[in-house]
Ligand binder design. Structure first.
Ligand code: ADP
Ligand code: MG
Length: 685
């Protein structure tokens, strides 16, 4: 192809070579092997294909209700093609009385059969008889403008296969694996994925390619972990000593839950094992992770090491300091706070005392990972709400001691197992699956925005009973000005509606000190209502707050909604979450709201989130530094295959740990190539 088109392929799809092109897979297929007749169609059929003409166009309705109907016939009957969008485009592109092949899913509306937003192609452009499934490729706006359509890509692909006809494609898996797991050859799989002769063959090709993709990812992670373990011995925390024991027997304000005990034991075992602990602690909001972190840190202290805990925001770091200082009030442990706003003499003093080891526990934000912060003997790092910390940031911590410190990563955003496996590889996972006793599940309701009156009555009643209320507005970075305006308007409305109460306001644009002051006022119950953006999302703890109102709830993702809801229900009182939305909701939004109303279980919500959004979108994964450019496997759907393939990769590594077997050469070579391209895949530590 000419340089111009090649340039478009480079830029738009990242395709530079035949290989790249071969691995540009269709996103869908259309079964073009069969034509139906209009007279056969009923509303319950899957996708169908018809050949015929549009007799006439008609428009109905006004404004948002407007729709275009094309009356379509093949001589055996008439059905309606319906468009709600792109009306102009459709009427200008498609002519009446010309032969088209249409494709779509029939449904029944007002007693007539409809196909909404069908695919339409001029009949002359499709060759039906030998086509089987027709591939459809993703194209970008720019490609469409240059008439570089899916059809064009399809042709390109055909040409490529013709040109390659006499070339054998190098196999990318060993013969043994191919035979043992009954996989298609790579040559056949690549051809079939573009031009499948039947749905069965397509499935086989997809299976082969997914298998391969997941196999190498898992092999890479397993190998990486193995190497890591060989390289890094862990600090050995031999005993639990007087600091832990004194705290446990004298100052623990309440009995630990069973889950907290179990998790502490798991970590104690890790830290005594001689290898570096890398543990992910998942526990729903309010499950008591901070205390677990603290007690783990005390074990480090007992063994003569320092510990540090990092939080994503200054507010949170401040709260951690307060919580930890309170717990340790009667004990002789030096705890200090280090954030960006700790400056000058104070900062110098802390830095100095970290180096001598006088500061035993350091609480901080990412300021802690700056190069100037050096420890005497850092033994344990706790990272709270980890998804705010990128991989590169975490990696900076490991060099803070000659032997890398143990690492505990805590999160209230439960990560589904399949994702954790790919994302964090061999990170060990602990779960706190039990809330402290006496917590009542938060009652969640959905409320349309035009019915604020009754909601305000409810809020008033709660405040009269001594409770406090959060009202949260969404923050979308692209339009900060709008967001602030939203928040300001909301704030004014609330002040007007509740003249008898004091209202706080907090948003991300405020100076940390101001923010802190407002938070403190709310915490002291000097203000009863907190109007805020999502800055309060993570960790903030005001046990007296019992109502969480989320405005524009449709603009939040599931995990964020769950996080926000977790700000209430922290005391013994019944708490409530009110999700406020407009009337018009997309299907996805509706599902999100329904899930929130139905369950408070973070894992259920995380699984639902994965299903609804797909893994690339999951909060955290984008910032985690892991490239999620899976070409064909889908973590939301291929969980079982992932599990299966992981076991195969484990077995493979067990049988050929030193890469000695000749028959595996192709696998090792393949892995090497992949590692060259893919830096830091599973690197969490
Ligand atoms: P999260 O897991 O969301 O970080 P926190 O550590 O903030 O939860 O704990 C939430 C609240 O529960 C805190 O007020 C904490 O003191 C309290 N808490 C923690 N463990 C227990 C327990 N075993 N029994 C009773 N309350 C507990
Ligand atoms: Mg917490």
């Amino acid at each position: 192809m000419g340089p111009q088109r090649a340039g478009i392929l480079n830029k738009e799809l990242g395709v530079y070579s035949f290989h790249d092109l071969l691995y540009t897979f269709p996103y869908k297929y259309v079964d073009r092997s069969r034509l139906y007749r209009v007279s056969e169609i009923d509303g319950n059929m899957p996708y169908i294909q018809l050949k015929g003409q549009i007799l006439s166009f008609e428009t109905f309705g006004e404004g948002r209700q407007r729709r275009l109907v094309g009356h379509f016939s093949d001589g055996t009957g008439i059905i309606d093609l319906v468009w709600f969008q792109g009306l102009k485009f459709v009427t200008s592109k498609f002519k009446t009385r010309e032969d088209y092949i249409i494709f779509g899913k029939p449904s029944v509306f007002n007693g007539r059969i409809n196909v909404v937003h069908p695919d339409i192609d001029p009949a002359s452009e499709l060759t039906l008889n030998n086509m089987g499934l027709q591939p459809f490729y993703t194209t970008t706006e720019r490609m469409k403008r240059s008439n570089f359509t899916s059809h064009a890509l399809e042709k390109l692909m055909k040409n490529l296969f013709t040109a390659l006809q006499n070339e054998r494609m190098d196999e990318t898996l060993s013969q043994q694996i191919i035979i043992q797991y009954k996989l298609m050859s790579i040559t056949e799989a690549l051809y079939t994925i573009h031009f499948p002769k039947s749905p069965e063959l397509l499935r086989k090709a997809q299976y082969r390619l997914k298998f391969e993709e997941l196999f190498y990812i898992q092999l890479n992670i397993l190998l990486y972990t193995k190497e890591q373990r060989r390289k890094f011995r862990g600090l050995v925390f031999e005993h639990v000593g007087p600091i832990f024991n004194t705290f446990y027997s004298q100052f623990l304000p309440f009995p630990l839950t069973g889950a907290q005990k179990r998790v502490i034991k798991e970590m104690r075992r890790d830290m005594g094992s001689g290898r570096q602990m890398n543990r992910l602690l998942q526990g729903d909001v309010g499950s008591g992770k901070t205390l677990v972190a603290l007690m783990t840190m005390l074990i480090a202290l007992d063994n003569g090491y320092q510990a540090c805990i990092m939080a994503p925001t200054e507010i949170l770091a401040g709260q951690h300091l307060e919580t930890i200082s309170k717990f340790l009030k009667e004990m002789n442990v030096r705890v200090e706070l280090l954030t960006g706003s700790v400056k000058g003499k104070k900062r110098e003093a802390i830095l100095k005392d970290l180096l001598t080891g006088d500061v035993q526990i350091l609480v901080g934000t990412h300021a802690v990972i700056e190069d100037t912060v050096r420890f005497s003997s850092l033994g344990l790092v706790v990272i709270d709400e980890q998804h705010r910390f990128g991989v590169a940031q975490r990696a900076k911590l490991w060099v803070k001691n000659t032997c890398p410190p143990h690492v505990l990563v805590m999160t209230a955003t439960p990560i589904p197992r399949t994702l954790a496996m790919t994302l964090y590889g061999d990170l060990d996972v602990s779960v706190i699956d039990e809330l402290p006793p006496g917590r009542k599940p938060i009652q969640t309701v959905h409320q349309f925005e035009n019915r604020r009156g009754s909601m305000y009555d409810f809020i008033r009643k709660q405040i009269r009973d001594g409770r406090q209320v959060y009202i949260v507005y969404p923050l979308i970075q692209e339009n900060e000005k709008m967001d602030i305006k939203n928040l300001e308007d909301g704030y004014l409305n609330i002040c007007e509606a509740f003249p008898e109460y004091k209202v706080s306001k907090v948003h991300g644009k405020m100076r940390p000190a101001e923010k802190e002051e407002e938070m403190q006022r709310f915490l002291r119950n000097e203000t009863q209502i907190m109007v805020a953006t999502t800055v309060i999302e993570v960790g903030v703890n005001v046990p007296n707050a019992s109502v969480m109102v989320i405005e524009n709830a449709e603009r939040f993702g599931l995990s964020q909604l769950h996080q926000l809801r977790g700000r209430v229900g922290r005391g013994a009182d019944q708490s409530y979450c009110i999700l406020v939305t407009g009337y018009k909701l997309s299907e996805d939004t509706r599902k999100r709201i329904d899930i929130m109303v139905e369950t408070c279980d973070g894992f259920e919500i995380a699984e639902a989130d994965l299903k609804l959004r797909g893994p690339g979108d999951l909060e955290g994964t984008q910032q985690s530094g892991v490239a999620f450019d899976l070409k064909i496997a889908d973590l939301a759907k291929d969980g079982q295959l992932l599990q299966y393939v992981r076991e195969i990769a484990e077995k493979f590594l067990e049988e050929d740990p030193e890469a000695n077997k000749l028959e595996n050469a192709v696998v090792w070579q393949q892995l090497k190539e992949m590692r060259k391209k893919n830096v830091n895949w599973s690197v969490i530590s």
